[in-house]
Design a protein around this ligand. Structure first.
Ligand SMILES: NC(=O)c1ccc[n+]([C@@H]2O[C@H](COP(=O)([O-])OP(=O)(O)OC[C@H]3O[C@@H](n4cnc5c(N)ncnc54)[C@H](OP(=O)(O)O)[C@@H]3O)[C@@H](O)[C@H]2O)c1
Length: 303
């Protein structure tokens, strides 16, 4: 069990040191990653390429030994023969496996889990309470909802703290997810909404880009040009929003000239109910996330 005094002391020190201090701390941490799929590899790649962590301090495992071998070759990280060895060697352990096997992997690694480690779960729909109560011992657990854009270091992640987490744990978790994009710290009760918005969001944008490309093809463009132009348009619009920090409505007003093409198209989009459809989509995805979370909680308590 980590001494509270020691942790508070550490936290004050981190605050004084600020961001640079967190970066230095993260570099010294032993970080375990269980599961080298889409997300696990994205995180390893982000941590290594941003130099947020030292490859020798990253310990990985996966059921697929061929995958593990290639991860070691590409990123120079350490690999372990099993998940328990990852936890044993790490101060922070990222569980990057499917939600359905989260309970069994927690149990498999339980012998080495205690309050000296920080557990980061990115398993969609698995509530903090399920993890905290699974092993009948107090654990420092952080839940994160990242998205697939982490694999190109433009992810959007939301981070929520479990009840035993220290403030410095959250800052370190934020630094980890900032290495693959950008992140915000939220209350867990908003996690289903985050899942409906940014977790599932890339799928909505892929559909929009595909539809715009179809439109371009219909109007005579090659598929290749249409797809490139629609993707680049989404990228550019997002960059403009992020860099200028202008309200999207204001930017929209700037590109709609009186009697012009954009306002004619916007009229059609509103008639088609695009805005309402997107709101409904996020609402339904949020509800579905809640349902899946309840099922997951049941699985955890039964298993
Ligand atoms: N991908 C996303 O966009 C996204 C977004 C938000 C949250 N998440 C969450 O992130 C987590 C990981 O997602 P992902 O897309 O990276 O999944 P994934 O690609 O399936 O990665 C999971 C990896 O863990 C391996 N694995 C399976 N059983 C294992 C075991 N017993 N021990 C160690 N490794 C094992 C899998 O191998 P096999 O392939 O052989 O099973 C796979 O390589 C999930 O909980 C998901 O809910 C994902």
């Amino acid at each position: 069990m980590v001494g509270v005094f020691e942790s508070l002391h550490l936290y004050h020190r981190i605050d004084q040191m600020g961001l640079r201090g967190i970066e230095i701390m993260l570099k010294k941490k032993k970080i375990g990653v269980i599961g080298m799929g889409n997300m696990g590899e994205a995180l390893v790649s982000g941590l290594v390429h941003s130099r947020s962590a030292i490859p020798e301090n990253i310990i990985c495992s996966d059921i697929r030994k061929d995958k593990l071998k290639s991860i070691k070759e590409v990123y120079g990280v350490v690999t372990a023969n099993n998940n328990l060895d990852v936890v044993k060697a790490s101060e922070i352990v990222i569980y990057s496996i499917k939600p359905q096997i989260m309970a069994s992997i927690l149990k498999e690694t339980a012998a080495c889990l205690d309050m000296s480690k920080v557990i980061i779960s990115i398993a969609a729909g698995v509530p903090l309470a399920a993890i905290e109560s699974c092993l009948n011992k107090d654990l420092r657990v952080i839940r994160v909802m990242p998205n697939i854009a982490a694999s190109v270091k433009e992810g959007a992640a939301a981070i929520a703290a479990g009840k035993y987490v220290l403030k410095d744990d959250l800052k370190i978790a934020k630094a980890i997810f900032d290495s693959v994009g950008k992140s915000v710290i939220i209350e867990e009760e908003l996690m289903d909404t985050i899942t409906g918005l940014s977790g599932s969001g890339p799928a909505y944008i892929f559909l929009i880009v595909d539809a715009l490309a179809d439109a371009g093809v219909k109007m005579g463009l090659s598929r290749e040009d249409a797809l490139f132009l629609s993707s680049q348009t989404v990228l550019g619009a997002a960059k403009l929003l992020m860099e200028t920090k202008e309200h999207p409505g204001k930017l929209k007003d700037r590109v709609t000239s009186p009697g012009g093409t954009a306002i004619a198209a916007l009229h059609t989009l509103e008639q088609g109910g695009l805005r309402t459809t997107l709101i409904n989509a996020v609402e339904v995805a949020t509800k579905r996330s809640k349902e899946l979370g309840e099922m997951m909680m049941k699985n955890f308590s039964e298993g």
